[in-house]
Design a protein around this ligand. Structure first.
Ligand code: UD1
Length: 427
């Protein structure tokens, strides 16, 4: 277990390169298993979630070569095994094995996923989708056993009651090799969904409309190998943009698709930062004296829930009262107590954080309870004069490639030190 010592109060200055998108990577890897040949995925982020997926693929018996930021995946030697617990509990996105194995073998027996604790995270829509495609679903002590009747799924029209990234991708995976046409209505429109559809189409699938709320999948018999480069991580980019603003810095965030960050750029401008959009980069210049603003998260292209926690830190530094409402995860507020320890005045009311901004933060000892809470807290530490000690880095490692190195390159005074087992998370 490690902890981060942050001597904050210095502006972040310079250039930061953004890695491949985590939420694409963890869906593209299982998607690659559907091909009857090797698939190469490039621009993988070097993060724990990808490392765990690599181990999952080996457990499943796939041939995998994993070097630096690319993986060659060949699912041909795989057998349909039961994956009850263990690694599937270590990340949320192991749920994509349901759709991938169901498409490949006509059956999947995989435990319920783990991931960040953001309150209830049901998977009923995934199951509803599989059932609509003609599968039977049984929960055997937490292992979901999903089987296609007669061995192959059948296309169907599926209306999602809620916009869900996970259910949209899982249904797309399952339907890609089903018999006939599947239509997903009220589909999620996240760029990561387009990325997965692009890979599947390059493997020979027939998917139209990804990126809109209606996706049409004509099932095919076989998929083949190909090469794919992952899109940039808009959440990692947004995190550095918010950090630049919070530290009154000047940061060029490189290798991004500015269109994917429109909601974030607009909100930062409203709060009072300068944001310049270039072709494949965004420059953020912090000006201090920020204004309060209300934030409501919603599915893409709205403001992402994954940046709700980081923007709360920035609003704690702005003058006036802001209300941050998370319409996706009602209890994604475990960072609030830690920010309060650092001197912020924030209270949680229902699914909102009410922030009395403009207080001076004071550093202190804090613990990241989940991935984006970790981002909110390192931003707070960087923006605060004084020393912040941050634990719970294992959560941050799951989703941010080399965040310590990237922040140090921007001039942050931070150090990662190893903690003896007995000392960590003492609260
Ligand atoms: C994905 C992302 C996560 C992001 C979230 C919302 C991955 C691995 N994770 O998570 O980083 O925060 O999208 O953008 O890509 N819901 C149901 N039933 C379901 C499925 C979802 O009620 O079967 C609800 C969820 O509780 C949540 C909302 O729908 O309130 C959206 O969830 P969803 O988009 O599915 O999120 P995840 O796929 O878990």
């Amino acid at each position: 277990m490690d902890k981060l010592i942050i001597n904050g109060g210095k502006p972040l200055l310079g250039t930061v390169g953004i890695s491949g998108a985590k939420n694409s990577a963890v869906a593209l890897i299982p998607a690659a298993l559907l091909a009857d040949g090797p698939v190469v995925i490039e621009n993988l982020p070097r993060i724990q979630d990808v490392a765990i997926y690599y181990e999952l693929l080996k457990e499943l018996g796939a041939d995998v070569l994993f070097e630096d930021d690319w993986m060659e995946i060949d699912g041909r030697p795989m057998k349909p095994i039961v994956m009850p617990n263990g690694r599937v509990k270590k990340l949320r996105a192991s749920y994509y094995l349901w759709g991938a194995l169901l498409a490949k073998f006509g059956e999947a027996h995989v435990g319920l996923p783990g991931g960040c604790d953001l309150g209830p995270r049901p998977t009923d829509l995934h199951m509803k989708g599989f059932e609509a495609l003609g599968a039977t679903v049984e929960n055997k002590n937490g292992v979901m056993s999903i089987r296609a009747r007669n061995g192959r799924l059948k296309g169907a029209r599926i209306y999602l009651d809620l916009v869900s990234v996970g259910a949209t991708i899982n249904i797309m995976l399952a339907a890609s090799k089903a018999e006939g046409v599947t239509i997903i209505e009220n589909a999620a429109r996240e760029p990561e969904i387009v990325d997965v559809a692009t890979l599947l189409n390059n493997m020979g699938a027939d998917i139209k409309g990804a990126g809109t709320d209606m996706i049409r999948i004509s099932g095919v018999d076989r998929l083949h190998g190909c090469r794919h480069t992952i899109i940039p991580d808009r959440i990692e980019a947004g995190t550095y943009m918010i950090a630049a603003a919070a530290t009154n810095g000047n940061v060029l965030v490189e290798n991004v698709i500015p269109k994917h960050l429109e909601a974030v750029s607009a909100k930062l401008r409203e709060i009072g930062a300068e944001v310049r959009e270039l072709d494949d980069a965004i420059q953020v210049i912090g000006r201090g004296r920020y204004r309060a603003s209300d934030v409501k998260t919603s599915p893409y292209p709205g403001f992402p829930t994954d940046l709700q926690q980081p923007i709360t830190t920035l609003l704690a530094l702005a003058q006036g009262c802001s209300i941050v409402t998370d319409n996706i995860y009602s209890s994604r507020f475990r960072h609030v107590e830690e920010l309060r320890r650092m001197g912020a005045s924030i209270k949680v009311e229902g699914r909102s954080a009410v922030i009395e901004g403009g207080r001076k933060l004071n550093g202190g000892k804090v613990v990241a309870s989940d991935l984006r809470a970790g981002a909110a807290l390192f931003i707070a530490g960087l923006a605060t004069e004084g020393t912040t000690e941050l634990e719970g880095l294992e959560h941050i490692d799951r989703g941010y490639e080399n965040f310590v190195g990237k922040l140090q390159k921007l001039g942050a005074d931070i150090q990662r030190i190893s903690l003896p087992q007995s000392e960590h998370h003492q609260r």
